[in-house]
Design a binder for this molecule. Sequence first.
Ligand code: FA5
Length: 340
Amino acid sequence: MKERLEEIKVKALEAIQEADNDKYLEELRVKILGKKGELTAILKGMKDLSKEERPVVGMIANEIREIIQTSIDKKKEDFKWEELKNRLIEERLDVTASKDLVHIGHRHPLNQTMNELEDLFRHMGFSIVDGPEIETVLNNFDKLNSPKNHPSRDMSDTFYFDESTLLRTHTSPVQVRVMENQKPPIRMVSAGRTFRFDEVDATHSPMFHQIEGLVIGENVSMANLIDTINAFIKNLFGEEFSTRYRPHYFPFTEPSIEVDVSCFACKGKGCDICNHTGWSMELLGGGMVHPQVLENCGIDSEKYTGFAFGMGVDRITMVKYGLDDIRLIYDNDKRFLQQF
Ligand code: FA5
């Protein structure tokens, strides 16, 4: 019986040594040490041994059981380490790799403002309309009642392609396009790029953005215009901002106004940024649509009235984000843009 035990031990240790997976090891354990295993069978047969032999064989059998069990446990532990080692190689992290390689950008602050403006007006019941950047002189000036000698028509103020085509100087020609193609009531806004021969400085850029608004209906009044502008300024900037209306002249509106908003830095108290006036730069122009413009676009000026406005989106962005120079918007400096 002792020889048989020794034989089981040697064969088991050899098999454990050669085992190459966990499942096979478990099968081996059941085959040798399990309830119906080879070693268990021998232990069961001990009852046939003499009184003297029984404890000796029992001791050897228990020793062998322990050796085999320990050997299986050790082999299982080896497998675990092997697996971990392989995973570490496969899933190796390069801790020197720069996370900046995957850079997720976001919308430019100017586009954020433009989208926000469109959303605001959409909620106020305005529809969003698109217009071309290359316009006719007819739409950009003539139909908007602009006198032939108006300074903005000068070659030195406007980028012309030829006598009848130009880069639009404002978004107001979209008014003409809408009025010629839609019947009142009209309530629309249109945002986009505009171009002027302006010298670059802290508040002027030769390419800038405007958002145009137009409302035409029966009994539309100046009070509606002022209420619309007040509502939008408070919504966009906050309740603490106030507006100032100044009389102005535009050929296409009568009466006409220009609107300033209180200084973003001091909220109207007066500081170095606003030259102690309490007001920041001029943001928009507006007024009641001139009856001649309505007629030019085929709308009965006896029956209908309307208001229109045009705002500088770049300047609104400046007030919104507290920027003191329009050039920051166009420099494309990532360190600046990342802040918004
Ligand atoms: C106009 O362009 C008119 N079309 C606005 C209007 C529309 C009046 C409808 C009445 C009815 P103005 O030239 O003032 O107006 O320009 C409007 C706004 O554009 C200005 O208040 C300013 O915010 C912005 N703006 C004008 N020129 C520049 C520029 N060079 N750079 C940046 N913003 C500018």
